[in-house]
Design a protein around this ligand. Sequence first.
Ligand code: MRU
Length: 369
Amino acid sequence: MKIDGVHYRTIWVGEDGRSVHVIDQTKLPFAFETVELTSMDDAARAIRNMIVRGAPLIGATAAYGICLAMREDASDAALERAVETLAATRPTAVNLRWALDEMSTALGKRQRDERVAVAYSRAAELCDEDVATCRAIGEQGLKLIRRHAERKGGDRVNVLTHCNAGWLATVDWGTALAPIYMAHDEGLDVHVWVDETRPRNQGAALTAFELGGHDVPHTIIADNAGGHLMQLGEVDLCIVGTDRTAANGDVANKIGTYLKALAARDTGVPFYVALPGSTIDWSIESGFEIPIEERHSEEVTRLNGRTASGEVVSVDISAPGSAAANPAFDVTPARLVSGLITERGICEASHHGLISLYPEALDREGRKR
Ligand code: MRU
């Protein structure tokens, strides 16, 4: 997508053919800066410190982390070490494990002197696949928005989203936001309610930045406002992303997603989750097996912002000495999800629904692989 008229992906290889470049998402929306990653440790740090974030982009960064590791040492032991280090950076998004498995498979049987070239080529493929996948998710989700627009006789369609599942969370396009960009591009009147998404404010800082950059009408709301707007009929549908989808269709996404799904169910607002196949964890039967990341309490007790003089500062916002807890994700049970928007189509949030789109997850005897 574009920033000031220039097309960017969120991750790319530098002109030297070695270094990896990412957008520093901790600086947005106040400054656009890029960061150069030249070692596997740089890549691990970028994921851990949320310079990059969002399930698909975390996976892509880990893939390039393997490339950088192979440049230093292409032995089996170094590959194993790099996989272990990168896998430990963040626990909830399963795309991380998926991308590392893809890289390990590509490199496993290769000679040491081939590994650097193979790694860069596989990482580039994974990124290109992510772009194609997100575009396909967009096309699938667009059908839903079109249907709402038709039903409303061309009146504005209001979509509520939580956190950031736009192009900044992927390599390009995004998952939940891809259908919205496409609807806007084809001239549908679409407006987005953007949950601010405390504590790190990925909605107010990143989703709003993205939508503004693409001229999509949007309004930032406090996280607690969504249910009220749904009761007033101001939300036609919700679309969110997911960091991990269990085989039964339960989804883990940014903390607060569950409450939006509950409010949507109570008010009859359809609640959709957009995801690439790489976000499905076939090894778990229930979302409640997904590890939920517990982040630093200071993300709750302090806030970053820009002062009137333009300085970006961090300030305390809570009673000094009070403890704070910071679970970063929650699980929305499949029963609250109206449908899963994938690159292969839209399905029911259930094992049956997922298998109808991803039959390769079963072996010939119909058992889970
Ligand atoms: O903690 P973050 O910012 O990495 O969390 C991101 C989200 O929860 C997104 O909604 C999710 O990764 C889906 S992304 C396309």
